[in-house]
Design a protein around this ligand. Structure first.
Ligand code: AMP
Ligand code: GLY
Length: 428
């Protein structure tokens, strides 16, 4: 079977790396991929949002499994288009992707089906939103409705701060149409966790637990990023918490979606706050996390293509009965190496050294997030904010941390920034 992975980041490199180990996959393509991905896949020069070109490629190549990385392609309806042509594709249909693409949609769904989340109001009018602020308790959280690359959420301690957030979304329109509506919701208090699972509308199958690190600097300081590192397993996510989340959040969400006529198949990523009243939903994502995937997949022993086909064919229940997913007991840590300046302005085109030495280490994989092939003297150069996701396995989290940072120590490029405290939380 030929496999096509859509996207160009570290998450997609991890997916390609894992799918290349599948006994079902004879050949892997990536669109558009990156220089690291080209070690395991043939990269084709088609952008991840060019649905007609991707469809044409998949039809010509008779692709047996297409895996979609980024949420934007899902929100544009790539799965619906492939389904029309009977091409097996892993990910939710456009209406299902609304769970991530529209916070108004997901909050209303949660309200309708009694899924625990922060109490909220929706506003399509700037003055009304500001008037409401004067009448409510602080702190509160202001959110732009649509896709905003993780930047559309403002936790506000005071009215003035919330007013500024509303101005930037609705007046300055920094998120364009994604800010036509805003949500103002209660601020939840507790520990945050992410639960990622395979779903085939009826059945859910959890992946190993993981924890992301969103802020740019050590001790969770500085600006929010796409994610600066991750580890798996995450001690906070106990079996008891998993069961509670399945019962109160995941199955009610799948049932609610089905009642709305949405057959949700693919990955569901639930960001939760573990509050004194139990877990509540912060957000839904409809795809694999980045860099969570880079910390989870090296622990997966099962054949990923087989699991994905079970999801597409609606056979997850049978798949679970046959044993479900098999995990390596060891711990995995992933440290993201970013361009200096990220998540603000940064320079690209810097030569990367030490990749070969790091990649040769046992139980280390260097996933590429944003690299390009350089000229002959420099094999790889930087091409994005997040450049590499260096991943190491160890008998326990301590050994995984040591191994991963040893590998990071071999890699250099001008301006390279990485957090020194990834997974430290898991030690205490
Ligand atoms: P989201 O993209 O909705 O997950 O929001 C991004 C981050 O904002 C979350 O990871 C939380 O840290 C924070 N956040 C979002 N909603 C709330 C809330 N209702 N209460 C407290 N923090 C929140
Ligand atoms: N690392 C967070 C995300 O993928 O949304």
């Amino acid at each position: 079977m030929k496999v096509l992975v859509i996207g160009s980041g570290g998450r997609e490199h991890a997916l390609v790396w894992k799918l290349a180990q599948s006994k079902l996959a004879d050949k892997i393509f990536a669109a558009p991929g990156n220089a690291g991905i080209s070690q395991q896949a043939e990269c084709v020069d088609i952008k991840s949002d060019d649905i007609p070109a991707l469809l044409d490629f998949a039809r010509r190549q008779k692709i047996g499994l297409t895996v979609v990385g980024p949420e934007s392609s899902l929100a544009s309806g790539i799965v619906d288009e492939f389904q029309k042509h009977n091409l097996p594709i892993f990910g939710p249909v456009k209406k299902g992707a609304e769970l991530e693409a529209s916070k108004v949609f997901s909050k209303n769904l949660m309200k309708k089906y009694g899924i625990p989340t922060a109490a909220f109001l929706v506003f399509d009018n700037l003055d009304k939103a500001k008037k409401h602020l004067k009448e409510r308790k602080m702190p509160c959280v202001v959110k732009a409705d649509g896709l905003a690359a993780g930047k559309g959420v403002f936790v506000c301690q005071a009215v003035q701060e919330a007013e500024q957030a509303i101005d930037s979304i609705m007046k300055q329109k920094v998120f364009a149409d994604a800010g036509k509506n805003v949500i103002i919701e209660d601020c939840l208090v507790g520990e945050e966790a992410s639960i990622i699972l395979f779903a085939d509308s009826q059945e859910a199958l959890l992946l190993a637990s993981s924890q992301d690190h969103k802020r740019i600097d050590d001790f969770d300081r500085g600006a929010n990023t796409g994610g600066m590192g991750a580890y798996s397993p995450a001690p906070l996510v106990t079996e008891e918490l998993n069961q509670q989340v399945l019962r109160t959040i995941i199955y009610p969400t799948l049932t609610g979606l089905a009642a709305e006529g949405i057959i949700y198949k693919g990955i569901l990523y639930v960001g939760i706050m573990v509050t004194a009243q139990g877990p509540k939903v912060l957000e839904f994502n409809v795809r694999f996390g980045d860099p969570e995937t880079q910390a989870i997949l090296p622990r997966l022993k099962s054949d990923l293509a087989e699991t994905m086909l079970a999801v597409i064919n609606g056979n997850l229940s049978d798949y679970k009965k046959r044993g479900g997913l098999d995990w390596d007991k060891r711990s995995c840590v992933c440290v993201v190496c970013a361009s200096g300046g990220y998540p603000g302005a940064y320079e690209k085109g810097k030569e990367i050294s030490g990749l070969e030495q790091a990649g040769k280490m046992a139980d280390v994989v260097v996933f590429h997030s944003g690299t390009k092939s350089g000229n002959q003297d420099s094999k790889y150069i930087t091409s994005a904010g997040r450049v590499l996701a260096v991943t190491g396995l160890g008998r326990d989290i301590k050994e995984a941390i040591e191994k991963t940072y040893q590998a990071v120590g071999k890699i250099k490029f001008q301006g390279m920034h990485y957090r020194k405290d990834i997974a430290r939380k898991a030690l205490s």
